[in-house]
Write a protein that binds this ligand. Sequence first.
Ligand SMILES: Cc1cc2nc3c(=O)[nH]c(=O)nc-3n(C[C@H](O)[C@H](O)[C@H](O)COP(=O)(O)OP(=O)(O)OC[C@H]3O[C@@H](n4cnc5c(N)ncnc54)[C@H](O)[C@@H]3O)c2cc1C
Length: 371
Amino acid sequence: MVIVGAGVVGLLAAVECARRGFAVTLFEQGPIPNPRAASFDQHRVVRTLHLGDAEATASAAGLPGRWRDLELVLGAALFRATGVLAVLPPEEAHANLDLLRAAGVAAELVPPARLPERLPLLRVPAGAAGLHEVDGGILLASRVLVAAAKWLAGQPLVRLRPHHRVVALNPDAGAVRMADGSVAAGDLLFVATGAWSSRLLGDAAPAPTRLYRQSMLYRRTSPRRQAAWAATPVVLLRCGPHAGAWLLPPGAGTDLKLSTSEVCRPADRVGSARTAPVWRRTLERLLHGLVTDADPAAIISTKDCYYLADRVTGGALFARVGSPSSPTLAYPACGGGGFKTAPLIAGEVAQAAADPRMGVPGSHRVRVAAS
Ligand SMILES: Cc1cc2nc3c(=O)[nH]c(=O)nc-3n(C[C@H](O)[C@H](O)[C@H](O)COP(=O)(O)OP(=O)(O)OC[C@H]3O[C@@H](n4cnc5c(N)ncnc54)[C@H](O)[C@@H]3O)c2cc1C
């Protein structure tokens, strides 16, 4: 089979297919892994709760376990079990606790009176409650890519082709054409080109998508402050002056990272990763408003990242491309939560590899991926 794109989705699909005995050729426009990929970052969050959405929550319930299994396959530590805590109005915290429990996920409520002592390094809104997902945490994203690439490089059935940009597709033939004019085809073709997908798929795109650009702020904390942060989970703020913000605590060699929906905006093309001063200032205000640990040795940096979302659901899209019996699948939109669900997509691709023209429904929207 042929896979285009070596972000987390393409790499894990290749791993899963190779494990099931399929020969795989993986084309990537840059190096493998590529620092320009959306997946190439210090961390991504894995959590189960999708606020108020029982179906999406239930389908995300096994994700932390899937990632632990992958750690064993790839032989690398990829997951930090920090827990994930949503800060909510108390009535919403109760309703969503029921939703997590119905999905069989370990969770606990932190009442408003105890929230400040649970998050001593943050300013939390008065009267808010916490909903703590015990098994959620942080995926060490770029380490995932490096570990998967290393594992694949050692597999006799796998051919990695970095610096091969695909410029055209023939979905019904399962074929791709490279920038140098060469052609490749497979029994199954899987297009996993992230934010570049709308450009490559063009009219073959199975549904309309929208491109987003989001800025993130990183704060490198001095080693002596690490202990203070060790007990802090990932925090998602859903009420108060910083509603829409999220913060990942530092640890395991990674920085504190934060962002907010305020700095997520539509974009017309995948451009640079540089953050314009206006968005950086918004994030610096958030840092100073939210974090009480004023570490004088801290170093701040920022980065922009791009993703496509299904225009209708705001989430991910995994679909057959071309005629109903074409051997081509694509993941043209990842939504805001497409890293954590990559093992699910990889499983579906590997299943389709067994019967390329039958394995996957004509087109379906992946419910779990909207964040
Ligand atoms: C700010 C931000 C925060 C996020 N937070 C989370 C989170 O906490 N949890 C979570 O689960 N998800 C999160 N996501 C989403 C997640 O990062 C993405 O869904 C995921 O990384 C997408 O992986 P991908 O493999 O589809 O795409 P990418 O990682 O972008 O990989 C696509 C690859 O295809 C290659 N490529 C493109 N075009 C071609 C071509 N023509 N020929 C050959 N190669 C090509 C690219 O070079 C790239 O390497 C976040 C996204 C953003 C932007």
